[in-house]
Design a protein around this ligand. Structure first.
Ligand code: MG
Length: 362
């Protein structure tokens, strides 16, 4: 039986039916690997401002190229398979260790950034694989408890602490002794904060997408938490960007693509940037500073500071191999920064809260 002409079901077997056109598969050129073929397609189809994977500046340690994947596809896979990436699921975005299921975590934030950045990169004919790799790796260095944890380590650790530098340290040193990523991915990860300047337009795509993602999803989460209401949002911003979460993201993504197509820059029009900044300032006033979302922040800071000083004086308790040769303070900083919210709370209890005496009958 035909269902709307698209799918059919007969004799216990479902099929998608006839498609109107055929996919034209270009035959692999003789003697070429799949990767080389993909590199050729990039050369034929990408913008003159895109980074071609065949022209990468390379890795810290030379490696034999993969026969199937380009260097940037390979970097993306290494990041996805890393332990640091899996830990993002238990790290705070804005709401500390939320028990409700629908609040963003650092992992879902990362996935939203990646999705937005890929859409922009594809719209601009930039290298989508490079963009995706940068996006998936950009926040790997975040501490437990979000910016509260970062503030503490920045204050107590000699030389300070910045999550973007730590993200680079994760991929260069801490994860399995270093993932040996390409120069372009490392540059995009290090330079993703707004104050920095990534060297590639793919890095710029991640930078604008990070801002589009967090401003919008933090509004969504704050509304979900009952801290703000939709009608509290600044009217001037809503008039430009739209009244719903989906409309606002769509306006911003379309704005970046239309404003940046075949230009050597990726950015918003002035109107959209102003509207986005209005929303961001609103979040600082109503959500990021002093709201109930931040009520537990002082306790979280206390945990991070206590753990850091404990591991500085007890480096033998640090369960990490890749930074063994470093100073105890560096090792303590890496260890605490790598913890999830949950693990930090568990370790804090183990180290600082006395265990009750359990008497067992002989
Ligand atoms: Mg981010």
């Amino acid at each position: 039986m035909s269902r709307g002409g698209w799918s059919t079901f007969s004799g216990g077997k479902a099929s998608l039916g006839e498609t109107p056109g055929k996919v034209l598969a270009a035959p692999l050129a003789e003697g070429k690997t799949v990767r080389e073929r993909t590199e050729e397609i990039e050369e034929m189809t990408l913008s003159p401002f895109a980074v071609l994977s065949s022209k990468s500046k390379g890795r810290l340690r030379e490696e034999k190229p993969c026969p199937v994947r380009t260097c940037f596809q390979r970097d993306r896979d290494r990041i996805i398979h890393s332990k640091a990436f899996r830990r993002l699921k238990d790290k705070t975005q804005v709401f500390l260790a939320p028990e409700a299921d629908h609040f963003r975590t650092r992992l879902t934030h990362t996935l939203e950034v990646s999705q937005i950045a890929r859409t922009i990169a594809r719209g601009l004919r930039l290298n989508e694989d490079l963009t995706e790799a940068i996006a998936l790796g950009h926040d790997l260095g975040h501490t437990p408890f979000g910016h509260a944890g970062e503030e503490v380590l920045d204050r107590v650790h000699p030389g300070g602490f910045r999550h973007n530098e730590q993200s680079l340290r994760v991929v260069d040193v801490l994860e399995r002794g270093g993932l040996n990523l390409t120069w372009e991915v490392r540059d995009g990860i290090l330079n993703h904060p707004w104050r920095c300047r990534p060297s590639t337009l793919e890095g710029r795509c991640v930078q604008v997408s990070d801002r589009i993602a967090y401003v919008n999803h933090d509004i969504d989460d704050a509304i979900r938490a009952g801290i703000i209401k939709n009608e509290d949002l600044p009217e001037e911003a809503l008039e430009i960007l739209g009244r719903t979460h989906a409309e606002r993201i769509n306006t911003l993504v379309t704005d970046v693509i239309e404003n940046s197509f075949l230009k050597e820059e990726v950015g918003f029009t002035e109107d959209c940037l102003r509207a986005l900044n209005l929303l961001r300032n609103f979040l600082f006033e109503r959500v990021y500073i002093g709201s109930i979302a931040k009520r537990e922040e002082d306790k979280a800071k206390g945990i991070v500071e206590a753990l850091y000083s404990h591991y500085c004086s007890h480096p033998e308790e640090i369960l990490m191999e890749s930074n063994k040769g470093d100073e105890p303070s560096r090792r303590a900083c890496d260890y605490v920064a790598g913890m999830t919210d949950r693990y930090a709370i568990t370790q804090y209890k183990k180290v600082f809260v006395p265990r009750s005496w359990i008497f067992e009958e002989p």
